[in-house]
Design a protein around this ligand. Structure first.
Ligand SMILES: [Zn+2]
Length: 254
């Protein structure tokens, strides 16, 4: 006589195995499709806590450090709003107080990262990102992603950077005077991809991009021109045609 010969028990065991197997398959499937989202979800439970509906900090961060961060964020939002008008992006801000923690979120740099796949819904702030200039700049990227949606991928990197940096007042950026006329798109070809904004040449690239966009905004009627450019692209214009058209339409009005 053996206990294993109980048919009902064996059936239950098989069902349980099937259920566990299926659950593992589903979790693995989600993990393969959205590995970053899954990792973040896990970190949010284990290592982070929310100090506001849209601000997440490491569990062991002091409350004074969390309050300081929230003050910087408020100032950055006010500055971004003054330029953009009502902000469409309301990103959840994750603050990683060490480079290791920022890397665990998927980004090894210690500054501010705005993942395009989140469409402006997330801002990762590293240990060197807690400055109003960098936070406002990051909010500008989130805003570009939220407003342009699928069209964002058709923008040259220099335009995205140049617009986002309008609210970044770091001295090296503010010191550069914009050219008297907006440059032509072909003149900025070297800054068309993200690679130009990384590494030792990154600051010079950002300075040039910001100055170029400042000159265009001056010709095209200020911050509202960004929205007009988006609408022109939505109606089928290429970026280049929209950039040229808005600058020269304003010229003609003068
Ligand atoms: Zn940027």
């Amino acid at each position: 006589m053996t206990v294993a010969s109980n048919p009902q028990g064996a059936w239950r065991g098989q069902t349980l195995q099937a259920v566990i197997g299926l659950a593992l398959l589903v979790v693995t499937g989600i993990g393969l499709a959205h590995p970053v989202a899954l990792r973040r979800g896990w970190l949010r439970v284990t290592d982070y806590r929310a100090v506001a509906p849209d601000v997440v900090v490491p569990r062991d961060l002091s409350s004074s450090a969390a309050v300081h961060l929230q003050g910087l964020l408020d100032a950055a939002r006010q500055r971004a709003e003054a330029w953009w008008g009502r902000l469409e992006a309301r990103p959840t801000v994750w603050y990683a107080d060490t480079t290791e923690r920022k890397r665990a979120l998927g980004f090894p740099n210690p500054y501010v990262s705005v993942p395009p796949e989140d469409r402006g819904g997330v801002l990762f702030v590293g240990p060197k990102g807690g400055e109003v200039d960098l936070l406002a700049h990051g909010l500008g990227h989130a805003e570009m992603l939220a407003r342009f949606g699928a069209l964002w991928r058709r923008l040259p990197a220099w335009f995205d950077e140049g617009v986002a940096a309008q609210v970044d007042h770091r001295p090296f950026l503010v010191a550069a005077p914009p050219p008297s006329r907006p440059p032509r798109v072909e003149d900025l070809r070297a800054l068309a991809t993200r690679a130009a904004f990384r590494g030792p040449e990154g600051e010079a690239a950002l300075t040039e991009a910001r100055a170029a966009v400042s000159a265009w905004l001056a010709a095209a009627g200020g911050p509202a021109a960004v929205e007009r450019l988006r609408r022109a692209m939505e109606d089928g214009a290429s970026f280049e045609a929209a950039w040229n058209g808005l600058a020269s339409a304003a010229d003609a009005r003068r």
